[in-house]
Design a protein around this ligand. Structure first.
Ligand SMILES: *Cc1c(COP(=O)(O)O)cnc(C)c1O
Length: 498
């Protein structure tokens, strides 16, 4: 069913009871205390020399002041738990709360990385099984769960490729990366001492075999491909590209951060990919934003298994053991075994959904993105009209003619109660608005978002004034973004409604 502009759709809007709040250092008074401990020696007392008598300037607040302070600050935030968060490339899905319960089970959350194998068999089994599931989802041989983020998975991959060629006594210095790539791709490549060879994507937003083949030589260690790419388009030439790369002895690395679109549909390994990283915090449900923690497991084919970070976790009959016996390993890339509790969440998520459920996730993510795309295409310019998957990229081209920019559109969405989509990325698209709804949003929410976008397009035609200094209804209105980044003002001083 198509979305029709409907005057009756009620937008979420914002009109909250949102309190002004000073810094905690400005609250309370001398001698106030939030929690009183017993006067006698507590059971777990610290040695006397470690106890500080007085901390100068330490806030002294009562319990209710303390709780209100942080609760009020939390209410200034926009979150997936309060509203739609269409940040393209970030996969801001709703994360089932049961995963949080599972990650907080004391057997997991209190286990210590120095505990001997025999006391953490359950945790080892979980890690081993998660590795196997990720390998079967991606069509790979083995995986490391150590990398702490997607970018870290990329870096680990590049380190392994480097180790492989050193081992083969081959000198290769270059890595080919398409112009649509996420910024972390060239960064990971340069950190490993390779130089980046950019390749342009073609007319349809796709990598073309001839373009890659032209650049491919025996000096190229790998090609990095994001699939689906950052335009949300499936790189359907990847098989042929892989052939051209393999013929010259290079590896095909896939940035699998967009796996949410392919679960149960495509296995990277079957498309000729040799290594792929996943973002557990995107695809497999960990709350993210604000910088972590995350997990970026890296899965590889046979040839590269000897170079994986140690330890691997192997199964021997009914027991699980660390395997440090990989003489060619690049070593550790993270202390201990990675961000374990992120792995626990991913495990719970995969177990709850099963193979069919995971495949349905991708179906729904793709349907939702295409629903938005088809509803907005007459209002916003689509730079590439190639069929796309889990996200869609529009531009401000139509609105630019009226003096309205992507930034204006993004900021105005806040007034209507939505988090803005990703803007000005990918870099190859001028004035990009990159929308990824994910599978967890309902038809009603998508209709509200579409309605807000349609109204903004209308305002661009009839009432541009309201757009240029939007948002109007948020706690902080339009700021100069450069100044805000360079000289942040952390103290709340302005009362909007005195
Ligand atoms: C998110 C993302 C990354 C980086 O992942 P982090 O976990 O933020 O380091 C890399 N590539 C693509 C395409 C992404 O969307």
């Amino acid at each position: 069913m198509m979305h029709e502009q409907n005057k009756k759709i009620k937008l979420p809007g914002i009109n909250n009871l949102s309190f002004d709040e000073p810094l905690i250092f400005e609250l309370g008074s001398e001698g106030r205390i939030a929690v009183r401990l017993p006067d006698e020696q507590p059971v777990l007392s610290l040695p006397q020399h470690m106890v500080r008598e007085e901390i100068v300037g330490f806030p002294q607040v009562g319990q209710s002041e303390l709780v209100r302070h942080f609760t009020r600050l939390s209410q200034w935030n926009y979150a997936v738990d309060t509203g739609f968060y269409p940040l393209g490339s970030c996969t801001m899905k709703y994360n089932p709360k049961v995963n949080e319960d599972v990650a907080r089970l004391s057997g997991f959350s209190y286990s210590h990385p120095y505990q001997p194998e025999r006391l953490v068999q359950g945790s080892l089994r979980l890690l081993h099984e998660l590795e196997q599931w990720l390998c079967s989802i991606t069509g790979m041989k083995r995986a490391t769960l150590q990398p702490a983020a997607g970018a870290h998975g990329e870096l680990t991959a590049m380190m392994m490729i480097k180790a492989y060629f050193e081992d083969m006594e081959e000198k290769r210095t270059k890595v080919i990366i398409p112009d649509t790539a996420h910024g972390t791709n060239p960064a990971s490549v340069s950190m490993c001492g390779f130089s980046v060879v950019p390749v342009k994507s073609g007319r349809f937003g796709l990598l073309e075999v001839e373009e890659v083949a032209k650049l491919m030589s025996e000096d190229v260690a790998a090609v990095m491909i994001t699939n689906p790419n950052t335009l949300g388009i499936f790189e359907c030439n990847v098989g042929e590209i892989a052939q051209a790369v393999h013929e010259k002895g290079g590896f095909v690395y896939c940035d699998g951060a967009n796996l949410n679109a392919l679960l149960g549909k495509v296995r990277y390994g079957d498309t000729g990919v040799d290594l792929v990283h996943m973002n557990l915090h995107k695809t497999f449900s960990t709350p993210h934003g604000g910088g972590g923690p995350g997990a970026g497991p890296l899965a590889v084919k046979d040839t590269l298994v000897p170079y994986l970070p140690v330890p691997l976790i192997d199964r021997h009959g009914e027991s699980y053991r660390f395997n440090y016996d990989l003489p060619k390993s690049i070593g550790k890339v993270k202390s201990f075994f990675g961000n374990f509790l992120i792995c626990v969440r991913a495990y719970a998520y995969i177990l709850a959904l099963g193979a069919k459920g995971l495949s349905q996730v991708s179906t729904n993510a793709v349907v939702n993105a295409n629903y938005i795309k088809s509803a907005l295409r007459e209002h916003y310019h689509l730079p590439f009209d190639t069929p796309s998957l889990h996200e869609c990229v529009f531009t401000d081209k139509k609105q630019q003619e009226l003096g309205v920019s992507t930034l204006d559109i993004a900021k105005r969405l806040i007034d209507y109660g939505f988090h803005p989509p990703t803007v000005y990325f990918p870099l190859v698209v001028t004035g990009a608005l990159m929308i990824e709804p994910t599978e967890t949003e309902s038809r009603e929410t998508l209709d509200q978002f579409i309605e807000a976008m349609v109204r903004i397009a209308q305002e661009a035609r009839e009432n541009t004034g309201v757009l240029h200094d939007a948002p109007h209804r948020s706690k902080v209105t339009r700021v100069d973004e450069v100044t805000a980044a360079r000289k942040p003002v952390l103290r709340w001083e302005k009362t909007l409604h005195p």
